[in-house]
Design a protein around this ligand. Structure first.
Ligand code: TXE
Length: 480
């Protein structure tokens, strides 16, 4: 059995108190590896290593930092097949998705921030008439924490680590205990790329134990977190009392708003992805589909016909459109929402059942599921299901579409499908979402600010926003 280890001070270590967790294969429910359930002693050890490395790393020429980060990107790309296979196995996602989305993006995260740091300039302000000049220094914070979830394991892990390191911080990072494997593999890549020991420390374990010890550590200067909204609230409270900087990327319940004047075929293709990619376990998935009344029946028929053709299979199958959900607990959560529909909260139009895959009978497979709803105040419209489940609702006017779209506590992303410019401008102004896509979905440019409004988060990641988060400003005023 594979034993995953912590990566601290440039070396692999067993957990100090010898506490371990099982890691389960979503494809068939078997335990296939073990990982440390690290506690305060391991976090202290990682902190000491990070703190020791900080003076030198923060003073390292940015070109040199960029070179090492680019090398990490190269090595991830060179090992793409091993990483994709490991990610697919650990998470349950189809191998083709890991190969084309997750792992390439992990490499891009390092490459992007390696370049971005060399372009990161500080401001200066001449105070005319006062014979003074101000300039603003941007200094790395020190030792920072990055905590990431299981849905896009290496993709989101590196999305936080890369800007933190590029800006000159030392990092203690905790991947999700449900999907630790590719984060473990990243340690070896860092060694090979020549990242000095202690600059990045990867500590494994449960949220309640390892995560909690990390966010409680008094010397950690900032916490960058992606995960569930209730965990985010808990972290924000704690960070508030210690006055730590915090960036939170939380859940979503994103509307996908479809008008009759859209490019129908493109919309339908994209809506298949935005509904079910990664088994619907992406915070950006358009889980609430709102369709203009005049094309509602046609859309319903076409969408269900396409949904019925999706292949649910074991993640290694190159033909799989949907693999396994990440864990039994998560599958039960998703099934509990489907049950609400079966009990009458909505009308189950398609799916709603577990799928049995030959030789993988204990895996966590679900049919892609389509539910029609007619109320805004029900759980199916309000709560993040985070699985291969979408709701459908018709609307008649722009005002009604906006009202439905903005009716939840979340505000992460929204998609609008229309060719009407005036309507586009109205929706981009009035939708309560941090990220709005018009006639597309999940088209990402890493320079753009990424994050949500309302209960979907606090702060922005991406581009210069991330480099600003991971630095502290110091203004200098010189009178001459
Ligand atoms: O997330 P958690 P869970 C949503 C989705 C999902 C729900 C719960 O709706 O069903 O959240 O998922 C760490 N101190 N999203 O329970 O617990 C944890 O170990 C410090 C949306 O898996 O928030 C993991 O590394 N850390 C989301 C990370 O937080 C703690 C992606 C996320 O886990 C901690 C995932 C603590 N006290 C789930 N408790 C998105 N925005 O994309 C947990 N953690």
């Amino acid at each position: 059995m594979i034993k995953i280890l912590n990566f601290i001070d440039g070396q692999f270590h067993e957990p100090k108190d010898n506490l371990w967790l099982d890691n389960v294969l979503p494809a068939n429910g078997e335990i296939y590896s073990q990982l440390p359930n690290s506690n305060k002693s391991d976090i202290d050890f990682a902190y000491q290593a990070a703190n020791k490395a900080f003076p030198q790393w923060s003073q390292t020429d940015t070109n040199q930092r960029a070179k090492i980060l680019s090398k990490i990107a190269d090595l991830i790309e060179q090992n793409i097949e091993q990483f994709a296979a490991a990610e697919s196995k650990d998470n349950g996602k189809p191998i083709k998705l890991a190969r084309t989305v997750d792992i390439p993006r992990a490499a891009s995260n390092f490459r992007f921030f390696a370049q971005a740091i060399t372009q990161f300039s500080s401001e200066s302000h001449e105070s005319v008439g006062q014979n003074a000049i101000n300039y603003t220094l941007r200094k790395p914070l020190g030792v920072v924490a990055c905590i990431s979830p299981w849905n896009l394991p290496l993709y989101l892990f590196t999305w936080k680590i890369a800007p933190a390191l590029a800006a000159g911080n030392c990092v203690i990072a905790k991947p999700s205990e449900v999907t630790p494997m590719t984060a473990y593999m990243l340690g070896e890549i860092c060694q090979e790329a020549g990242l000095p020991g202690g600059v990045l420390n990867i500590v494994h374990g449960e949220g309640q134990t390892t995560g909690q010890a990390l966010i409680e550590h008094p010397e950690i200067k900032a916490i960058s977190f992606t995960g569930g909204t209730s965990t985010g609230r808990h972290i924000a409270k704690l960070a508030g009392s210690h006055l730590k900087k915090v960036s939170l990327e939380l859940g979503g319940k994103n509307p996908n708003i479809i008008f009759a004047d859209c490019d129908y075929e493109k919309m339908l293709d994209t809506t298949m992805r935005s509904s079910f990619a990664n088994q619907g376990q992406i915070c950006l998935c358009g889980s609430r589909i709102l369709v203009e009344q005049s094309i509602y029946e046609k859309f319903k028929t076409d969408f269900i016909a396409r949904t019925s053709k999706l292949v649910v299979s074991n993640p290694e199958n190159q033909e799989a459109d949907l693999g396994a959900l990440v864990s039994q607990a998560h599958m039960q959560k998703v099934l509990s929402y489907i049950k609400l529909a079966k009990q009458g909260q909505g009308k189950l139009l398609y799916g709603g059942n577990r799928v049995t895959i030959e030789n993988h009978e204990k895996g966590y497979y679900l049919e892609p599921t389509v539910i029609e709803i007619d109320s805004l105040n029900c759980e199916l419209n309000q709560e993040e299901i985070f699985g291969p489940v979408v709701t459908l609702m018709p609307f008649s006017t722009e005002e009604e579409a906006l009202q439905i779209a903005n009716s939840t506590e979340y505000g992460l992303s929204a998609s609008v499908w229309t060719n009407d410019l005036k309507r586009t401008m109205k929706f981009t102004q009035e939708l309560e979402a941090g990220i709005i896509w018009v006639n597309t979905w999940m088209l990402r440019d890493l320079r753009t600010p990424f994050g949500g409004l309302k209960a979907s988060g606090m702060g922005r990641e991406g581009g210069l926003e991330a480099l600003r988060f991971f630095t502290e400003t110091k203004n200098v005023c010189i009178q001459y």
